[in-house]
Design a protein around this ligand. Structure first.
Ligand code: NDP
Ligand code: PYC
Length: 341
């Protein structure tokens, strides 16, 4: 670990950050195996510049654990239907340990049937989705993931919030290059980014949200204090958000974004909902050149003038972190250390 007081930055390696986060999770009641999974996930977000779901989330994780709303030591229960459809009850724990409890079985079933579904319920997802899907594509599979969150998005033309920020992630392997991965909230902006803007005193671009009276506002504090977010792309994004409620909650047996009641758990921040994975073995498609075709359409997209593809920025951040270490502000580093006390 190197400290540069002049620039108020503390540089850590991925392993150092993972270790620190693991100790924080364990300190606040997460079991050792679950803590290892959550720490790696959160450190990967920080490493890749997914700042709305990196260490920024640690105070939220800690206050939620301390509220008793989530069970950090939950042992997920896998329900193997014997076919391509696997169900997991996260037992009110975090989603990622529930996912890893069934992941190997899911891959086996995808190899067997050409497709597999993993439906997780009673789970808390407080992170980015790309860490869930990217490794499937690194193994040559195509993966889609859907998570619903907490009510803060108004349906298109509606008057009150109903949906969560409901992200969708997708990963597909490419030929001789890292997979193509996107990961996006169906809201115009993720709630985490609104919180960061509020903390930094920045106004948001137009069209992200409304205040408590339903009037458009660029002030993140007005959105967070009784206001709401809009879906991206008008009725189209709003319909995607609705689809995510259907897939991640109705299909899995989880709660809709507006259905769980955490009012008795002061400090709770993690949505208790569900997550659905759809994983496909592209080799079953039979054309034998799937990876080449994915690379081809990505290259054509750039040739057509798009300045970059989704995932490009993140991979550049990953390379920078590998080269230079992960730079944390001294204040953020102190915040992390304070969570060990
Ligand atoms: P962004 O809008 O920042 O990015 C969405 C996607 O678009 C990314 O794949 C990104 O790639 C890509 N992208 C961004 N800008 C461009 C561009 N100019 N050209 C091409 N591609 C671009 O993310 P969101 O705010 O929608 O979501 C942020 C995170 O929040 C996600 O990781 C999501 O999973 C998470 N989230 C989690 C929730 C939960 O319940 N757990 C709820 C809502 C969101 P790149 O990364 O390379 O910039
Ligand atoms: O950033 O919208 C968000 C979010 C919700 C739950 C976790 N992240």
């Amino acid at each position: 670990m190197t400290e540069n007081r002049q620039d108020e930055v503390v540089v850590v390696s991925f392993d150092e950050l993972t270790d620190l986060l693991e100790r924080i999770f364990i300190r606040h009641g997460v079991s050792a195996p679950n803590a290892a999974i959550l720490a790696r996930n959160c450190a990967a977000c920080q490493r890749d510049g997914s700042h709305s779901h990196g260490i920024f989330r640690i105070p939220g994780y800690v206050s939620t654990l301390n509220s008793g709303w989530v069970d950090g030591a939950a042992v997920p229960v896998v329900d193997d239907t014997g076919g391509a459809y696997i169900r997991v009850d996260a037992k009110n724990g975090f989603t990622q340990p529930a996912f890893f409890a069934a992941r190997d079985l899911l891959v086996d079933r995808v190899k067997e049937h050409g497709i597999g579904l993993l439906a997780i319920r009673r789970s808390h997802h407080f992170s980015a989705l790309w860490p869930d899907v990217e490794p499937f594509a690194e193994e040559g599979l195509v993966a889609l993931a859907f998570v619903n969150s907490m009510t803060c998005v108004v349906p298109h033309g509606g008057t009150r919030p109903l949906y969560g920020t409901n992200p969708i992630a997708f990963a597909a392997p490419r030929k001789d290059e890292p997979p193509f991965v996107f990961d996006l909230a169906t809201s115009a902006i993720a709630n985490g980014d609104v919180q960061i803007a509020a903390r930094e005193g920045r106004l948001l671009p137009e069209g992200m949200g409304v205040d408590k009276d339903g009037k458009p506002t660029r002030d993140p504090k007005e959105i967070l204090n009784g206001g709401a977010l809009l879906a991206f792309g008008g009725h189209k994004g709003s319909t995607f958000a609705l689809m995510v409620e259907i897939l991640a909650a109705a299909l899995t047996g989880g709660f809709f974004s507006g259905e769980f009641d955490w009012s008795e758990f002061k400090g709770a921040q993690t949505p208790k909902t569900g997550q659905l994975f759809i994983v496909i073995d592209p080799e079953r498609g039979g054309n034998g050149v799937f990876r080449e075709r994915v690379s081809e359409i990505c290259a054509l997209t750039v040739e057509a003038g798009q300045s970059r593809l989704p995932g490009d920025r993140r991979l550049l951040e990953r390379q920078r972190s590998a080269r230079e270490g992960i730079a944390l502000s001294a204040a953020d580093h102190a915040m992390l250390l304070s969570k060990l006390a």
